[in-house]
Ligand binder design. Sequence first.
Ligand code: NAD
Length: 481
Amino acid sequence: MADRSTIPARALIDGQMVGAAATFDVVAPATGEVIASLPDCGPAELDRAVEAARRAQPVWAGDEEARRTALRRLADLIEAHEKELAEIVAVETGHPAMAGGFEARGAAHHVRWVADAEVPTYELPDASGARTVAEHVPVGVAAAIVPWNAPLVMAAHKLAAAVRVGNTIVLKPSPFTPLATLRLGELVAEALPAGVVNILPGGDELGRAITSHPGIDLISFTGSVETGKAIMAAAAPTLKRVTLELGGNDAAIVLDDADPDVVAEPLFRSAFMLSGQVCQAIKRLYVHRSKYDAVVERLAAIASAVVVGAPFEPDVAVGPLTTAAQRDRVEELVEDARAHGGQIRAGGHRLDRPGCFYAPTIVTGLSDSDRLVAEEQFGPALPVLVYDDLEDAITRANGTPYGLSASVWTSDPARGEEVGRRLVGGSVWINKHAGVDPGIPFGGMRQSGIGRESGLAGLLGFTELRTVTVPAAESTTESVA
Ligand code: NAD
């Protein structure tokens, strides 16, 4: 369990860890106990952070080698503090301890990949003989707004990409899970110059102030579709650039040739990792009728047997929901399913203990219009639906306003690939679902987002393209006539 003395209680502004006039409490989802009281940053702290970021940006943008070196140092520091960061993530999210470790290692790996990445510059042909160079230049001051489900890794993704290409940044973690990000802020203060990264804890009001602040040039947001739309509207008056990584309603299709004994366990993991609180988790499962009963039976058996508990309890595979509101939402959707004739094959109830626990739940007998199927549940309740005709399954899988990701499960990967190419989603997998690699871009189609994170595409999302044209050696001016 994380030592309370290592949990930070300060914002990072201009290289200093500082407080604010107001505070808010952070609650551990596994126990309901208050574990920290943090500065509730407002317009005054935001102005100071933006001013520091603007001041630091030109010098930071001017030295690429210094940027690489500083980010490598940050990756080293994250690795050196991996255990402590992992424990803080586990305590604040409620995720199993192992998931905290995964985040801390993932954050270091990602920062290092970004430090080493190359951002290309191109020479473009020009009929006049002039030389035109296209180069990716920083946008200026970026803002990052982060949700609560994977706080450390998402903060690390955004800040590393933004600063690697020469921006400075103001980052706001979720008010539910700001602690590991602030500990990361202390490490940032050791590795990067003052003002390059500023981290402000605060609520939705601070988010709104960020999105309308005239000193911010770009917003990189991860969170719900609703908030994404509000942010895009708030960014419009000053035409801030926006990258939106939003929610989804990921479908997985199990083909008629899949072996239920092989696919059941990875299907379960892909739907219930982090208690289903993953943007790229299976949210709807379509199974061919010939395999339907066998898959449902195996999923229900796993859901009933899996160990649900607090982060540091032995053998825990599924933790609590991270917020009480999210637990209430999952409960509401399951009750709606029950009321509409859904059969609860496992779970379907809260756990009788403190904290935001809800039993892993498998529901059958629903139609695509029932809320548990049509809406993003973002929690441990999976609807399993039957299909007879593959064309029908593809149409139903694609029949939502979202397009984050999707998967196909089969004993014939080539056939899976063929089906996968017909699914709407920024990421499509065969025989797996979800996975983050620093070099592989991810993001959503349709209402699941705009732009991409990770990979070269993720870095370029934090840049503007500038072309510079120099006349051919024999002429010093070019006629415009
Ligand atoms: P949320 O949209 O409620 O909040 C996300 C962040 O936005 C928080 O920091 C919050 O304080 C801030 N915020 C809220 N209202 C704001 C406003 N009007 N202006 C500016 N900022 C505002 O999302 P959440 O509940 O924290 O996270 C869950 C959602 O995030 C799910 O829908 C999930 O699918 C999505 N998500 C998407 C991805 C992805 O990469 N596509 C990854 C993780 C989570």
